[in-house]
Ligand binder design. Structure first.
Ligand code: PEP
Ligand code: MG
Length: 757
């Protein structure tokens, strides 16, 4: 049965649209388990109904019009309890409800399985027989496994907006409200601008296109690029290629011929689809044809067609990127998984909000949003990005709400909040030139975290004491190739110049985890525990040296550079990195350049390093705590995973104990210690960080004045007393409540609820 299942899934994946896919599904299920009828229903979240999408065997007039309430009958019971039902005679079951529109009177045996994706009900598959006898165990397992596989396909189709029947219902339903995690505070109003995952044939949607001529032109240029690539590759490999492999290249070229695949794609474009959608349709059709062949050699050719399609798609997308895009004036970026590269492509001045189905509030994209002061909602359940294209959207980054097609009342209310927020920022501007000093005279250094060149203006305007964390990987992520030494030097020098004479702490490349540039892509099962940060740098000393040399050269004449090493997990890594930094420094000196040896520091963000703080601290000039990763690694909670976002908590007593230990050990070694994770910009955390004894706090520029405001309301003595008090608490929620109370008591509650007092 596994082979049958495999075959069905292949057919479904290669169907040229969703309607065909569901039809294949019901047909194949009916045949495989010898049922008399089979149907698939999809969950309409907005109306709490199940909509029939396809059937074989039930005599219905029009599938899309059959809607069943979730609380009715056996099908409703499956949906409500997300549980399989396999009964000999449905009509004798206590939950039986007769749906006359299904014409099911002659059927008795009944089996139904829910289709569930990430805990969310997507639909139900049912099958019936005329005889009154339960379906067998094997048939039951078959259906359960099939539903499991289908759930991913349906979730994807939903994301691409391919489930058209449901979108009709949604359109009648103005103002859709979706919930996610608040990734970056603030409110934003604008027009949806959707980004789709790149170069994946399976997720290319259909799009109506008016300008057929330029779409065909775009396609032809992409084909030409691939043709040249293949010819070139074939020529280069000629002497090493076996004749059958060379024949493959020839076959590719033949397929691209304008009388073959190319012709079919152009036909499809002429019917009104855009080039990417037309390509997907044609390629999938051919894959299916090859896969259904009996000859195993020919069957394997399906993969070649897919590969070719994928190449043309990548070339098309590259060309699309180069074409000018009409961005909405107020833009809300919406996508299945928004990346730093997506952010780099849109005009930041227009960006008013970010909405992402994947990710959590600790993901890097959320951190970037906070840096920019742009509201962001992460991990939005049930998000179907394609529905947001060109639609009005309101983003509430405080509560994690997203409104699609908001009513006038909602728009009015959020415009009012926007005004209030603006006013609060204006009021805070008065603090720019004042020190971050407690009421009893203790001064803390406030620094900014930066990475995007577009946040430089904001970083300078808040009056920071310097840069506590420059994430050098961000300009790397936005490029197609590893930046050259000269290119890096120019970027670094701009920043050193802008902040001169204040210090700028540049972190060496911290890619890996959720930040992997395309040119560095490595497939790992556990990327956050894998090849990340300093590990990559030490494995590639040539890249590390190139970066350090660029930093040192950039600092000539300014001398305000500090270098910081990420993801250190033991002392030997510090020694190795120091040796390379000294090598780069000596090399530049020997070239006659007037470089100064910068201060070098280490980020403590891995539990093993916490316990070695003293040993590490003795070797460097400063320590900075990366509380984002430290929380993730101490609590074993993936900072990116929306499913466990509720467990990610930097107020966890274990995190607070680690912070206290780090500060104590760094001071024992006689060096300063700062914190540059998101905690540093959280008004609730600031009192604790102050009391624990951090010398500097480094945060998103958009948070800095709020943090200064809090610091100026309290005494250092009070902060230390609070730390002593909460260090006896065993529960993060209790600690948080205690801190909230403290802020509320001096009238700073608005900072927690952000303008919602
Ligand atoms: C951290 O881990 O706290 C940190 C500042 O680094 P990043 O968020 O870039 O991993
Ligand atoms: Mg980190």
């Amino acid at each position: 049965m596994l082979a049958v299942l495999d075959k069905i899934m292949k057919e479904i994946r290669n169907a040229h649209d969703f309607d065909e896919a569901v039809l294949i599904l019901v047909q194949r299920v009916r045949e495989s388990i010898e049922a008399d009828s089979c149907a698939i229903f999809i969950h309409d979240h907005h109306l709490s109904q199940l909509v029939m999408l396809a059937t074989k065997g039930y005599k219905v007039k029009s599938v899309g019009t059959i809607r069943l309430d979730l609380n009715l009958g056996l099908i409703g019971a499956i949906a409500t309890h997300k549980e399989l039902l396999n009964v000999a005679d449905a009509q004798l079951h206590p939950a039986f409800y007769s749906f006359p529109e299904l014409g099911e009177n002659q059927y008795h045996a009944f089996i139904g399985v829910p289709i569930v994706y990430q805990g969310r009900l997507l639909g139900v598959i049912v099958a019936q027989r005329e005889v009154a006898e339960c379906f067998s165990d094997r048939e039951e397992s078959f259906l359960v496994t099939l539903a499991l596989h289908c759930s991913q396909e349906i979730a994807r189709a939903e994301m691409l907006g391919a489930i058209t029947q449901l979108s009709h219902a949604a359109i009648q339903h103005k103002e859709v409200l979706l919930n996610g995690s608040p990734g970056s505070p603030g409110v934003g109003l604008g027009v949806g601008f959707v980004v789709f995952p790149k170069a994946d044939l399976d997720v290319v949607p259909d799009k109506v296109m008016q300008d057929v001529v330029s779409e065909i032109e775009l396609f032809r240029l992409a084909v030409e690029t691939i043709r040249e690539e293949i010819t070139d590759l074939s020529a280069r490999l000629e002497s090493n290629l076996a004749p059958e492999d060379r024949a493959l290249f020839d076959a590719y070229l033949l397929m691209l011929d304008e009388n073959s695949l190319g012709f079919e794609v152009e036909q499809e474009i002429r019917r009104g689809n855009w080039a990417q959608g037309a390509l997907r349709k044609v390629i999938k059709l051919h894959i299916r044809q090859f896969e259904s062949m009996d000859d195993p050699y020919l069957r394997d050719r399906a993969e070649d067609v897919r590969d070719l399609g994928q190449r043309v798609l990548a070339a098309l997308q590259k060309r699309e990127k180069q074409a000018p895009v009409d961005y909405p004036e107020k833009l809300i970026l919406v996508g299945d998984e928004i990346t730093a590269a997506d952010l780099a492509e849109v005009p930041i001045a227009n960006l008013k909000g970010i909405v992402s189905r994947a990710g959590s509030s600790n993901a890097h994209i959320a951190i970037l949003a906070r840096t920019l002061g742009v509201p962001a909602i992460m991990g939005v359940e049930g998000l179907i990005p394609s529905r947001f294209e060109n639609k009005n959207v309101v983003v509430d980054g405080y509560y994690g709400h997203v409104y699609l097609d908001p009513s006038d009342i909602i728009v009015r209310e959020f415009n009012r909040l926007l005004q209030e927020e603006h006013q609060l920022n204006e009021d805070l501007k008065g603090l720019r030139k004042l020190p971050a000093e407690t009421t009893d005279g203790h001064v803390v250094t406030l620094l900014v975290n930066t990475g995007l060149s577009s946040d430089l203006g904001l970083s300078l305007s808040v009056g920071a004491d310097g840069v506590g964390l420059y994430r050098t990987e961000i300009p790397f992520l936005a490029r197609e190739l590893f930046p050259s030494s000269e290119e890096q030097k120019i970027i670094y020098r701009q920043l050193l110049n802008a902040f001169f004479p204040r210090p700028v702490t540049m972190r060496t490349l911290d890619v890996g985890g959720d930040k992997t540039p395309d040119y560095f892509r490595v497939k790992e099962d556990n990327p956050f525990l894998g090849w990340r940060g300093i590990r990559i740098s030490l494995d590639h000393p040539e890249l590390f040296l190139m970066q350090v040399r660029a930093m040192l050269k950039a600092s000539i004449g300014y001398d305000n550079l500090k270098i910081m090493l990420p993801m250190i997990s033991d002392v030997a890594e510090v020694d190795d990195a120091m040796q390379l930094i000294k090598l780069a420094y000596a090399g530049l000196l020997s070239e006659g350049l007037q470089v100064k040896m910068p201060q070098v520091g280490v980020m403590i963000e891995v539990p093993s390093a916490v316990y070695q703080t003293y040993a590490i601290a003795k070797k460097v000039n400063f320590i900075s705590v990366g509380s984002n990763d430290l929380t993730q690694y101490l609590l074993a909670v993936d900072r990116n995973n929306a499913k466990v976002a509720n467990l990610y908590n930097s107020f966890h007593p274990a995190v607070l104990m680690a912070l206290t230990h780090i500060v104590h050990e760094a001071h024992r070694a006689g060096i300063p210690v700062s914190i540059c994770g998101e905690m540093a910009g959280d008004p609730l955390a600031v009192l604790l960080l102050l009391g624990i004894g951090f010398d500097a706090l480094s945060m998103s520029a958009s948070r800095l004045l709020r943090i200064k405001w809090v610091i100026r309301q309290f005494s250092f003595e009070k902060a230390k007393a609070l730390v002593a008090e909460v260090s006896d608490m065993e529960d993060a929620a209790a600690i948080r409540t205690r801190l909230e109370f403290e802020l509320e008591s001096v009238g700073l509650g608005s900072l927690i609820h952000a303008g919602r007092n």
